[in-house]
Design a protein around this ligand. Structure first.
Ligand code: URA
Length: 242
């Protein structure tokens, strides 16, 4: 009796397993999909439903998409796309404005004069590029380094959102007014945006001076240093999201 019961159970389990295999062949495996964490879900919600980046599931696929897509005319005019680079599991993400001439030539963010200063700023709070992910609002250089147009920002922003959703940083530091205004959806001046911690879809976001602005005006170095110290204090105390 007991043996018969066991045989029946085994047969039923084998049947169930075969059903699952057949189902998986038709519709893909029935493995539990890890639910997106709060920040990633909220950021993904900002990407329009029909935008192809929504469906991408790795930074490499996203990079490939960016390098091959022409979303706005500056994408056709660039030498190289500047996708961004750094640690794919970074706790801190830096967001600049757009590539300049050096970045356009090399396909890497912040490699010109402003980039050298940025390296010093990062080192001053005991970090290096390997600790961070550095990206820009735009992935292509606007000719003559003019300001990004609203159309260019609208076309490229979903890529940055997807980068954020994949990396899931704990903190974001915006470098300059364009990055701060774009992410915070405000026309506030840099002076009004810096020096405080903003809530960006549940994670802390700070805004500071763009390193290129610091090269032009020494007077902004002290407030920029204060912003960096505020960031350092936040990530050292581990005050993070969720
Ligand atoms: N300025 C930016 O905002 N980003 C870069 O990558 C280089 C200069």
């Amino acid at each position: 009796m007991h043996r018969d019961f066991c045989v029946t159970m085994v047969e039923q389990l084998q049947g169930l397993r075969n059903c699952l295999y057949a189902e998986a062949e038709m519709h893909g495996p029935l493995v539990p999909v890890e639910p997106l964490k709060g920040f990633a879900r909220r950021i993904t919600d900002l990407i329009p439903m029909e935008n192809p980046v929504r469906a991408l599931s790795s930074l490499e696929d996203l990079r490939h998409y960016v390098e091959n897509a022409t979303l706005v005319p500056i994408d056709a005019a660039r030498t190289k796309a500047v996708f961004g680079e750094g640690n794919a599991r970074a706790r801190i993400m830096l967001v600049g404005e757009a590539p300049g001439a050096d970045e356009d030539r090399l396909g890497r963010p912040f490699v010109g004069r402003a980039g050298k200063l940025l390296d010093k700023m990062i080192a001053a709070i005991s970090l290096s590029r390997e600790d961070l992910f550095i990206a820009n609002i735009l992935k292509s250089r606007p000719p003559g380094n003019r300001n990004p147009t609203p159309q260019e920002i609208a076309a490229h922003l979903p890529v940055l959102y997807k980068q954020m959703a994949l990396i899931q940083p704990e903190f974001i530091l915006c470098l300059g007014k364009v990055a701060g205004q774009t992410l915070l959806n405000t026309l506030g001046t840099l002076g009004s945006l810096r020096g405080k911690v903003h809530d960006y879809h549940g994670i802390p976001l700070l805004v500071t001076y763009h390193p290129a602005a610091l090269l032009r005006n020494q007077r902004w170095k002290r407030p920029a240093w204060e912003d960096l110290q505020l960031l350092q204090k936040l990530y050292r105390t581990g005050l993070a999201h969720q």
